[in-house]
Write a protein that binds this ligand. Structure first.
Ligand code: NGO
Length: 523
């Protein structure tokens, strides 16, 4: 029996380890394999036979600058272990220690070093963000029940060894479309928890579209009171008050995640036009729209009131947003002439700069003139890049634009997994887990200088998605594949081993209550 259990544990990414002795009885404990972490760390050195076991006597030591991360770790570990895990000032060897150290080599601003010996678990980083990343790794080295919020018997064994880790890209994002269907604050906070576990550090919120406007703007109150009351399929919609939005931003900040708000323009604006008819060229407010067509709406680029509107909206949003980016959409402006589009987007880029923020747009923004530090988010399927990765795009990159990659045939979480998936779209094809993982950001677009790639982002559009369970089903496991591409070193890219590591995450997702898609591609 013991042999059978041992074999099962190994298959689940565990290694059988030493005996723990209590009252003369011996129990075979198991530790997760140090090499099972997702995303894969930059370097892993297991210490075979060495383990650390959390007990009721374990304390968490942290210096002043790291008490918040220490409290977060304690809050995570207390419910499943039932241990007190007091947070204390540094007091020497033993237990769990968080160390802020400016001299730590090789970890950059977001990385960490984790050492597990028989006596202690130490995370060292230059920043609290790095310590927080190290905690997410520590979490994955404990048994999956660590994610449960009720007490489990343990034993809480960590594998011995050292991990030195830092991300491949500075920008690792996820996008949630709260416009097609509205998702309330609690849902967004939950999504943020999932992002944190996989070291994703940007949450892009798609706050406006034809079907709904989701953020209160004081100067233009009908955007929320009228434009916020619709969604795809005719449901009630909803919007964030400024306090709601502040709650989201604060919760993200505590997890070292930056919120990137998007107001999509000049297209995808029916909800705004329906709220204020003067923003349309004919001055008439269109009826609210609850279908899923794209490309039919446009702010009027030749009216001055349009620019007052843009300045007010982006000004209020910038004031609410501590992060450095504002996303201005710019995709599928099929009802705006090319000349008007360029004039409009040039002025919008100026408005963003005036708020002190840096502009991000979908890659069509390349048509507008260069703007300091701007980011183009590439979204066309990589299979057919010709129309998108054109001379304008190349010129924009030459002139300094950075690129975030979200190729729809790899990174769009709203594509169906297979033709029989109950949810999702298929315009970019179907995207199984191997498709989500099977690309290299450095080589996606032929001729794109890898130095221009700031990172990757996994968008989840919600035309077909109405509940958090459905969000989870489309996001897991694919979100973790994109997180892996953004963080793990290129040299670790290998589907055969990734699918095993990913398969071993399933008990964690179950413990977290995530309704994931049980892909036949994972063992
Ligand atoms: C496109 C379109 C969105 C859709 C999405 C659905 C972009 C950038 N614009 O992506 O409006 O919701 O596809 O997959």
């Amino acid at each position: 029996m013991a042999a059978v259990i041992g074999a099962l544990l190994l298959a689940a990414g565990a290694v059988a380890v030493r005996k723990i002795c209590c009252d003369g009885e011996s129990v075979t404990a198991a530790a997760v394999d140090l090499r099972q972490v997702v995303p894969a760390p930059a370097s892993v050195r297991p210490a075979p036979g060495v383990t650390f076991t959390l007990t009721g006597d374990t304390a968490i030591q942290a210096p002043d600058g790291a008490t918040r991360v220490a409290d977060q770790l304690a809050a995570l570990l207390r419910p499943p272990t039932g241990f007190a895990l007091p947070v204390q000032p540094p007091a020497g060897d033993g237990g769990i220690a968080l160390v802020l150290s400016t001299v730590e080599p090789d970890v950059g601003e977001q990385g960490y070093r984790l050492d597990v010996t028989a006596r202690s678990v130490t995370i060292r980083a230059r920043t609290p963000a790095g310590l927080f990343a190290g905690e997410q790794t520590l979490r994955q080295l404990l048994p999956p029940e660590v994610e449960s919020r009720t007490v489990h018997p343990g034993p809480w064994v960590l594998p011995g060894g050292s991990i030195v880790d830092r991300p491949r890209y500075p920008y690792r994002g996820a996008m949630l479309d709260v416009a097609r269907h509205f998702f309330g604050v609690d849902d967004v906070l939950r999504y943020l928890d999932y992002l944190a576990l996989y070291k994703i550090n940007y949450l892009h919120l798609h706050l406006s579209d034809d079907q709904g406007w989701r953020i209160a703007i004081d100067g233009w109150p009908r955007l929320a009171s009228h434009g916020g009351r619709t969604e795809v399929g005719g449901g009630p919609g909803g919007f964030y008050t400024k306090d709601d939005y502040r709650r989201i931003v604060a919760y993200a900040e505590q997890r070292y995640i930056t919120v990137v708000p998007e107001i999509d323009m000049p297209g995808h604006t029916n909800a705004a036009l329906s709220s204020y008819g003067e923003l349309s060229c004919d001055g008439k407010a269109p009826a609210p729209y609850t279908g899923t067509r794209v490309g039919f709406s446009s702010l009027c680029p030749t009216k001055e009131v349009t620019y007052d509107f843009v300045a007010d909206v982006l000004g209020e949003l910038a004031a609410l947003t501590p992060g450095r980016y504002l996303h201005v959409g710019g995709d599928e402006a099929m009802s705006t002439s090319e000349a008007d589009y360029v004039t409009f987007m040039n002025r919008v880029q100026g408005v963003v700069a005036g708020t002190g923020k840096t502009v991000i747009g979908w890659h069509q923004l390349a048509d507008a003139e260069p703007a300091d530090g701007r980011i183009l988010q590439y979204w066309t399927p990589a299979r057919a890049p010709a129309d998108a990765f054109d001379t304008t795009f190349r010129a924009a990159v030459k002139e300094g634009a950075k690129v975030v990659l979200s190729p729809a045939d790899h990174a769009y979480l709203d594509m169906k997994y297979s033709p029989s998936s109950p949810l999702g779209l298929t315009w970019a094809g179907t995207v199984e887990v191997e498709d989500a993982y099977g690309w290299d950001p450095d080589n996606l677009l032929p001729g794109l200088d890898p130095a221009a790639v700031l990172g990757v982002e996994a968008p989840l559009w919600t035309e077909t998605v109405t509940t958090m369970d459905e969000v989870e089903y489309l996001a897991f496991p694919r979100l973790t594949a994109i997180a892996e591409l953004g963080w793990a070193p290129k040299s670790s890219h290998d589907w055969a081993t990734f699918r095993i590591r990913l398969g071993n995450q399933r008990p964690r997702w179950t413990a977290l209550g995530i309704d994931f898609y049980d892909s036949p591609q994972l063992p």
